[in-house]
Design a protein around this ligand. Structure first.
Ligand code: ADE
Ligand code: ZN
Ligand code: ZN
Length: 308
């Protein structure tokens, strides 16, 4: 390879937008680790058989964002644009061909439930997808849209001197602020959230369908995300938002465990209680580097990059 080509590659890599993960890496990993601590032994056995003995749900929870550039068909699976201006509930017209976060969950669940009919690679991908999409669905702005703002991506703002947008703030900014202001890491935060879930909450949260869960997340966007948003946000907005962020992460973790237990364990009693300690080992470099290939496979983007 000539030095010029090498230089070009290095420049392209430097220019490539560093992917900002939906719910951020921390949010997805917390949801997945919470789910893993609540899998029944039988369900965990199936998960290990599919992913490999040493592969945690947390470690595969952001894979769907990593493959998004080279798996074009998966792009609409990360969200559903329920209009803030409308009646505020999911309608099939918002989800053509079931290609949205609300309906993709059932499609992936069907693949996992009939695993013997599919190629093992397809089953493995379905598991990685469903863990990710149950996380995305819990992020209010993955279920909401106001006047073409693409789930808040178009609403630029400054949050404690940091330039961001409303969508990224809910993916990552609020969680980061919580961790930094308390001097804790994602593992400690996730464990705290996991431990504080009461049995009555469990019972309420596993009821319903993915459509109910998208409607519920949309209601959080209507009640807490959009009211009070402004081009400059700080402590007041953080304080009114962090409660809903915590609950949505908990709901995502509980529902992920519930679906996987229901699919993989015929003896499952219907409540995803804690079965083992919460484990979220921090591997800071994992998945953060953009890969070489997508840079060249990606068509030029017309719009500014949006958070997934
Ligand atoms: N792209 C368009 N709408 C979106 C949303 N609500 N969430 C994430 N990405 C989007
Ligand atoms: Zn997102
Ligand atoms: Zn996503």
């Amino acid at each position: 390879m000539s030095r010029l080509v090498l230089l070009l590659i290095v420049c392209l890599l430097a220019l490539a937008p560093v992917p900002s993960w939906a719910w951020g890496r921390d949010g997805h990993r917390i949801v997945a680790a919470m789910a893993e601590s609540r899998l029944t032994p039988t369900a965990l056995e199936r998960v290990r058989a599919i992913l490999g003995e040493d592969t945690s749900l947390a470690s595969v929870s952001t894979w769907a964002d990593e493959v998004r550039p080279r798996r074009r068909e998966s792009a609409p699976w990360h969200y559903v644009n329920i209009p803030i201006e409308g009646v505020g509930v999911f309608e099939p017209e918002l989800c053509p061909n079931d290609d949205c976060v609300t309906m993709i969950i059932g499609r992936m669940a069907a693949t996992l439930a009939d695993a013997q009919m599919y190629d093992p690679l397809e089953v493995e991908e379905a598991l990685k997808f469903i863990v990710h999409f149950l996380g995305d669905q819990a992020q209010p702005l993955h279920n909401a849209n106001e006047a073409d703002d693409r789930g808040g991506n178009a609403k630029r703002l400054v949050f404690f001197d940091r330039e961001t947008n409303l969508h990224s703030l809910w993916d990552t900014g609020l969680i980061r602020r919580e961790l930094e202001s308390r001097g804790i890491d994602a593992a400690a935060f996730g464990n705290e959230l996991n431990e504080e879930i009461r049995p009555e909450s469990l019972r309420r949260w596993v009821a319903g369908t993915p459509i109910d869960w998208s409607n519920e997340a949309h209601a959080v966007a209507q009640d807490f995300v959009y009211p009070g948003w402004a081009p400059e946000l700080g402590e007041d907005y953080f304080r009114k938002s962090i409660g809903p962020v915590r609950v949505q992460l908990q709901r995502g973790g509980v529902r992920t465990a519930h679906l996987l237990n229901s699919i993989f364990d015929t003896q499952y009693d219907g409540l995803p209680t804690i079965r083992r300690p919460f484990v979220l080992e921090d591997r800071p470099d994992e998945g953060v580097r953009p890969q070489l290939a997508p840079v060249f496979e990606q068509a030029p983007e017309a719009e500014m990059p949006v958070a997934p």
